[in-house]
Design a protein. Structure first.
Ligand code: PAF
Length: 283
């Protein structure tokens, strides 16, 4: 596996791969790889002749400077893991390579960016995500880009951006990878220890409570959210939000119908965790 630091190096490597008749798969990341990232790389390897992974902790999407400072970084370990998955090129630029002095352009997906995570963290979070992902799509020019369902809202927003801006690529969203006890894999999990690690299971418990209530026939989203939040509080975690919305538009649906995204965010010890499930009521 080669490591590129510049846009020019990536473009040259991708040009050579295309000249050799290969398709290009792309996994954008902020590093601190876990099994979720590796499953995206494995899928990219299956589907593409040339696999590019970007590793860039994007300052523009952090609303909290202390979260940015504490974000885990270990490029050497990440490179070893990506290499073992058969990744061809790791793009690990310095911030100045992607944000030149005077950088003045922001990509905004209105509406979808303003709710749930956008409301909790500020819409600038997703503006930072869409701007960097658009730039990376332009640099790598992949045939397929891979995202995780754990960041369901991000995946929806990126899909809308790619459609609206006519990026000539497919987006594949892959299932959330979980620890054996159900905790969704996240780079931030390494900062959870002891009691906090156990309390983190409250998010999964809340989602399971909501799934059970829906399976039992409940269709009042507010009632389900309140019961699920109570389940979480019994486990020592207060949700920042617990929402049941359309999985396609992120708008409230009352009574519940169609494809429902059940999404939760909560602070647990030093980190803020998110998780979600989709419940399909279309049948
Ligand atoms: O999901 C992430 O790790 C980031 O939001 C992404 C897509 C790499 C953009 O910085």
């Amino acid at each position: 596996m080669n490591t590129a630091r510049t846009v020019a190096e990536v473009r040259a490597a991708v040009r050579a791969a295309r000249a050799a008749g290969k398709t290009v798969g792309f996994v954008p990341t902020m590093g601190a790889f876990h099994a979720g990232h590796l499953s995206l790389m494995r899928r990219a390897r299956e589907r593409s002749g040339f696999v590019v992974v970007s590793l860039f902790v994007n300052p523009a999407q952090f609303n909290d400077p202390s979260d940015l400072a504490a974000y885990p970084r270990d490029e050497r370990a990440d490179a070893a893991m990506a290499g073992a998955e058969g990744v061809d090129l790791l793009f690990a630029p310095e911030a100045a390579e992607l944000y030149a002095p005077g950088h003045a352009t922001t990509v905004i997906v209105r509406g979808l960016s303003d709710v749930l995570e956008g409301a909790a963290r500020g819409a600038a979070h997703f503006h930072g995500v869409t701007t960097i992902v658009a730039k990376l799509f332009n640099v790598v020019q992949p045939d397929v880009a891979f995202f995780g369902q754990k960041d369901a809202q991000q995946a929806l927003i990126v899909r809308r951006m790619a459609r609206d801006l006519d990026f000539p690529l497919a987006i594949e969203v892959r299932p959330t990878v979980r620890e054996a006890d159900g905790l969704a894999m996240s780079s931030r999990n390494v900062r959870l220890t002891g009691h906090d690690r156990r309390r983190a299971l409250a998010l999964r418990a809340g989602l399971t409570a909501a799934e059970r209530a829906i399976a039992a026939g409940e269709r009042d989203g507010a009632r389900i959210a309140e019961a699920a939040a109570a389940t979480m509080r019994e486990r020592g975690v207060a949700p920042e939000y617990f929402a049941l919305v359309s999985a396609d538009t992120l708008e409230p649906v009352d009574p519940l119908a169609g494809r429902i995204l059940v999404a939760v965010a909560a602070p647990v010890g030093p980190v803020r965790l998110i998780d979600n499930v989709i419940v399909d009521l279309t049948a």
